[in-house]
Design a protein around this ligand. Sequence first.
Ligand code: AMP
Length: 447
Amino acid sequence: MSPCTYPSFPRLFHALYDFTARCSEELSVTRGDRLYALKEEGDYIFARRLSSPPSTGLVPINYVAKATPEMLSDQPWYFCEINRTQAQQLLLSPANAPGAFLIRPSESSLGDYSLSVRAQAKVCHYRISTAPGGSLYLQEGRLFPSLQSLLTYYKANWKLIQNPLLQPCVPQRPPAQDKWERPRSEFVLGKKLGEGYFGQVWEGLWRGSVPVAVKTIKSANMKMADLAKEIEALKTLRHERLIRLYAVCSDGEPVYIVTELMCKGSLQSYLGSPEGQALSLPLLLSFACQVAEGMGYLEERRVVHRDLAARNVLVGHDLTCKVADFGLARLLKDDVYSPSSGFKIPVKWTAPEAANYRVFTQKSDIWSFGILLYEIFTYGQCPYEGMSNQETLQRISRELPCPAACPAEVYTLMLRCWKDSPEERPTFAMLWEKLGTMHRHLHLALL
Ligand code: AMP
C-alpha cells in the first residue's frame, strides 16, 4: 500500500477470540477465523467468514483485528501487547492448562522475543534472541529462520527446555460490548501513569482481565452535555495509529475515559529515557511517519485534534506509536482550555491564529505537528526552551532552529508547517507520503 492511500475501512480481519452468536443476525467465530468485512455497523462488523463453513453475520468489533501482511500477528501463540506479568496472569488463569504457551516481544531486550510456558502452578520464561544474520535462537548454537520453525522444534524436543509446549495460550476475551457506558465497578485502578490537562491517568484492569488505561476527569471541568455526543463521534474513529477508546463511566465522579494501554507511555517521556536517547534516525523517522499517518486519518474525517504534541502520542512494546486525546480538548469547559486562562493552553505547540483568536483547524494541527517533529529530532527537548508562553507568542518569528539530528529534508517540512498563512501549510496526507519516502530511502541506504 502506498503511504498515501487510506483504506477507509479495512476489509480483511481475523477473529481474536471465540464468539458464540446470540441471535440469528450474529455470526459465531473461532479464534483465528479469517473474515471479510462487508460493512461496519456501530460496534459490529457485518462479515463473511472465509474459513469453512462460509457464512455471514455480525461480529463485535472488539473480537476481531485487522489481518496484517506480516503473519506473526495472525498466529494464535503470538501476543504482541503483553508484558511478563500479564503473560504470567493469563497463563495461570483458569482458561489455560499446563503446557499452554505464548510468544511476546521481550521487555528488556528490544527486538527480541520471550517464550512463556505454563508449567504446573508457575510460568517459565525463555529469551529468544536474534543472531547477527537475523536467525533466532533460544539456546546457543540452535538457530532457526522463524519463530514458527523454532516452536516446531521445541514442541518435538521439549525435554531441552524441560516444559512441554502443548497448546497456544487462550486469550482473555473482552466483555462483549453492547454499551460504551460501563459501571465503574468493572474497573480496578492500579498504578498512576501520569497526569495531563484533563486529569490523572491510571493503569487498570477491566473485569479482572483486560489491561486498560483509565483517564479520570472531574466533571466540573467538562461540558457534560456534550459528552455523549462527543463519545459517539470518538468511537467511530478507528485506526491502528489512534488510541482505541474502550468505554466511559460518566455516572458519578470522576468521569472515566477508558482506552487501550500503551506500555511505554508517552512519546515525550520515551524520547527522554535512556532507551529513547539511543534511538537511531530511521526509528525517529518511523515515529514521525506513524503520527502523520494517524493524523492523516483524522484529517480525512475532518476531525481537529487541537492538542497534538509528543506528550499526546503513546508508544507500545514494538515501538508502534498511536495518537491519543483527539477531540478531548473540545469537551473541556472554555475557561479550562483557553488562551485567557493563560497556562492551560499549550501555547508553544499552538498555531498563532489558534492561540490568539481560537481558530483551531486542521491547519493549526499541522503547525503543532511541526513542533512535534522538533520534539522527535531533539529527543524530547522542550520547544522554545527557557521562554515563557508570553515570550513565545511575542516572538517575531516562531521558527525553531534545525535540531542537530534532523535531516535537512525533514527541517524543510517543519518550516512548511510553520507558515504564517494556514493555507500554505501542507496536509497530513502529503507529510505522511514525504516522510514515508524518506524513511524507505534511509532504510535502503542502511541495508
Ligand atoms: P494525558 O492526560 O493524556 O496527557 O496523559 C498523561 C500521561 O499518562 C501521559 O503522558 C502518559 O504517560 C500516560 N498515559 C496516558 N494515556 C495512556 C495510555 N493509554 N497508556 C499508557 N500510558 C498513558
